[in-house]
Design a protein around this ligand. Sequence first.
Ligand SMILES: [Fe+2]
Length: 247
Amino acid sequence: MIDLHCHFLPGIDDGPELLAEAVALAEAAVANGITASALTPHVHPRRYPNTRTTLQHEFAAFRQALQDRAIPLKVFLAGEVRLSPESLELFLADDVPFYGEVDGYRIVLLEFPHEMIPVGSQQFVSKLLDMKIRPLIAHPERNKSVMNEPERIRPFVDMGCWLQVTSGSLAGHFGKPARKIALQLLEDELVWVVATDAHNLSARPPDLAEGRDVVAELMGPRLARRMVLERPARILGIDPATLEACR
Ligand SMILES: [Fe+2]
């Protein structure tokens, strides 16, 4: 499996503080059946002022630490970009960490504020699409507006956004309302990928298998495989067969 959303880089955001904790997260991911993880530190200009440039050094050091310990997890650098006027500046300056490119569009993990979908969000997304950037919207099932009114996310899908639902939401770890919305989005065929959004081993571990199993049970194993392997591989521009081979 490939995890497109996790916070493993130490000392960067609200993920692990220490390298040892970060390495333990990577080991847990491998034990869960994850062969590649896109690391997505918060890119939130006021709270976590990370950019593609500033993250390069920490990313290279962490990748080296995994290699030194022979941990068979392939890592990629991306970022979870908070929708805000300041982050639009970062997009314009081309200093946002993207995944890869699919059909001429660079793919970015985009996070709405948890409490709402701000006024102007559709214009923001439209501007990104004009710039040939396709948002993968992070965990819509945990957004208060979407929880109250699930149809509010549909216009973004109609515009061309993809949706990432959290594995733990499908499994019920974020409460009943988030689970209900996650299942509804799944049944409405609005979900593009499932990812962990892992932060730590205690409360938010890198468990992608549990979400995959929920998808497999409800929608069949083929769609589950698409959501945790084939689509993530395409987004990262890698061949899943090479990952299987390196295990
Ligand atoms: Fe996240």
